[in-house]
Design a protein around this ligand. Structure first.
Ligand code: C2E
Ligand code: MG
Ligand code: MG
Ligand code: MG
Length: 283
């Protein structure tokens, strides 16, 4: 049997691998088709100033409205496009779509900031800053500072000199940067001084058990202190309850996002959510 024979085992393994490669290619083809068919959507999750309760912006989060499988979260498909040309094409689509939405909100009298999530590959493409600038110039009505780019801390750490150069070039055209999932990078904190991001987003894994876990509380308190020392803004992710919200305010956290404030939603639902939030938050 295959178990007894090294050769056969190798053959079996190879066939499996081959099958995997084939279905990967099929999935990629399906994803490219999805882009062409306009099956991707951006959902938006509000970000609020935790002291004033004011809406300050929204984070754009990609979804795939799959005709058979329903609404898919990024974890179900983004991994497949890493390192392919589709990674760049989808990144371009996210930037263009978010800018259009931003312009609509500004024209409707909603002075929002929108944050977009950018993959490591998209950020590290050498024409990133140039492309972003060209796209923003198509929206001359938008004020400086209304677009923010979120990059995973782990991605920023891959090449600090290059990433900070990119950030500097983008800052000149009014784009700010946030380090996403901050605290999960397992790295020395000394790099912070060399990365000109203006926001740290504390990863939700530290926020979730904040009320019960002294270790998480110490980390969150530390990150808040670190942000203040480096003059960076701080956003807590994963604020799931009013109780957590209150605790974070008491700890000196400035901005928050999470299901306790609002879930990600289609852009069209944001005005109604805002009206509700302004009249009765947390209800
Ligand atoms: P992220 O940027 O850290 O976004 C936060 C994730 O946590 C989102 O998941 C959001 O829906 C979820 N979330 C927000 N508040 C809460 C909460 O209170 N509790 C819990 N349990 N979860 C909460 P989502 O939308 O599935 O996105 C997952 C990740 O996929 C994002 O993490 C981001 O890294 C990536 N992503 C999303 N959209 C894009 C995109 O357009 N491009 C790229 N390259 N990556 C994206
Ligand atoms: Mg993010
Ligand atoms: Mg995050
Ligand atoms: Mg995340």
């Amino acid at each position: 049997t295959a178990k007894q024979s090294g050769k056969n085992r190798y053959f079996l393994y190879d066939a499996e691998n081959d099958q995997r490669t084939r279905s990967h290619h099929e999935f990629l083809r399906r994803l490219a088709l999805a882009l062409g068919r306009n099956e991707f959507e951006l959902y938006y999750q509000p970000k609020v100033d935790m002291r004033s309760l004011q809406l300050v912006g929204a984070e754009a989060l990609i979804r795939w409205r799959h005709p058979e499988r329903g609404l898919l979260a990024p974890a179900e498909f983004l991994y497949a496009i890493e390192g392919t040309t589709l990674e760049i094409e989808l990144g371009d689509w996210v930037v263009a779509t978010a800018l259009l939405q931003l312009e609509r909100w500004h024209q409707a009298g909603l002075p929002m900031q929108v944050s977009i999530n950018i993959s490591a590959g998209y950020l590290q493409a050498k024409d990133f800053a140039w492309k972003l600038k060209r796209k923003i110039l198509r929206h001359p009505g938008l004020p400086q500072g209304c677009l923010q780019v979120e990059v995973l801390e782990t991605a920023a750490l891959e090449d600090i000199p290059r990433v900070s150069d990119t950030i500097e070039r983008c800052r000149k055209i009014g784009i700010s940067f946030a380090l996403d999932d901050f605290g999960t990078g397992y790295s020395s904190l000394s790099y912070l001084g060399r990365l000109p991001v203006d926001t740290l987003k504390i990863d939700q894994s530290f926020i979730r058990d904040l009320l019960g876990d002294p270790g998480d509380r110490a980390i969150v308190q530390g990150v808040i202190a670190l942000a203040k020392a480096f003059d960076r803004k701080i956003v807590a992710e994963g604020v799931e309850s009013e109780e957590l919200f209150r605790e974070l305010v008491a700890m000196g956290c400035e901005y928050g996002q999470g299901y306790g404030i609002a879930r990600p939603m289609p852009a069209s639902e944001l005005p109604a959510w805002l009206e509700q939030w302004n009249s009765a938050p947390f209800s």
